[in-house]
Each structure stands twice: as structure tokens, then as C-alpha cells.
Write a protein of this length. Structure first.
Length: 136
């Protein structure tokens, strides 16, 4: 089911818990949903097999579980780092670098294709920050 509700992956804790708390009961179900998201990396409420079907349907009516789409990926550098270009649902794009440490760091700004291909470094406004780690 596709809707225009909030993407749960965009909500940081405790905002996620507050949002889920409006339709999720009992409260321990919030932790189960978080585990499905952050441990298992699900992109569908149907995958949450220990959550009652009625609750999964209610979640799907109000929320989404969207990951950015990979548009481009560079060949790994000598140090193992690799650049990715992601497309968001709203059409914006994000450049991210996967570091050999296993962390994914992304720029805080929207990028254009030419920036990604050029290998240029982010400007002063492009501080990197850790973003969601998606299980491989």
C-alpha cells in the first residue's frame, strides 16, 4: 500500500515513539517495530511478522517505510571507501560515502549529478553526519 504519510525512517527517536504511540498498543509493540526497522531493515509493514495484521494494516494506512534509491555507485577507492548517489522520494539527491569502518556518511546538502561525478569535496556547508545504517 502506498500513501503520503510520514516515512518512519525519517523520524528520530523519541519522535518515532510518539508517532507510533498514537496507533500502536500495547507500548511494547513500539520496540518491536523499531527492531524490525533498525535491526532487520524492513521496507514493508507486512514483513513485521510478530506484529498483528490489523496493526500492520493501520501502520500502512498512516506511514511509509522508504529507503533512498541508489542511482550511482563508484568503484571502491584504495582505502575501501565508496561514493553513492541516492534519490529521495521528493526528487532530491544525496551523496554519501561508505567508509571502511562500516559507517555511511552523507552530506547535509542536496547535490547535483556533476558534483557526484567530479569527486569534488563538500563545501563548508556540507558537513558529513552518520545516517541510517541499512543491513547488507
Amino acid at each position: 500500500m502506498t500513501n503520503d504519510g510520514a516515512n518512519l525512517y525519517d523520524l528520530a527517536q523519541p519522535r518515532l515513539a510518539r508517532a507510533l504511540g498514537t496507533i500502536v498498543s500495547p507500548p511494547f509493540r513500539v520496540k518491536q517495530i523499531e527492531e524490525w526497522m533498525y535491526v532487520h531493515g524492513v521496507d514493508s509493514f507486512d514483513a513485521m511478522t510478530n506484529i498483528p495484521k490489523e496493526l500492520r494494516n493501520a501502520l500502512a494506512e498512516h506511514y511509509r517505510l522508504d529507503f533512498p534509491q541508489v542511482i550511482e555507485r563508484t568503484t571502491p577507492a584504495k582505502d575501501g571507501s565508496q561514493k553513492y548517489l541516492f534519490s529521495l522520494r521528493d526528487g532530491n539527491r544525496i551523496e554519501a560515502v561508505y567508509l571502511i569502518t562500516g559507517r555511511l556518511c552523507g552530506g547535509m546538502h542536496v547535490l547535483r549529478d556533476r558534483f557526484f561525478r567530479s569527486g569534488a569535496q563538500p563545501d563548508a556547508g556540507g558537513d558529513a553526519r552518520p545516517v541510517l545504517h541499512h543491513p547488507a
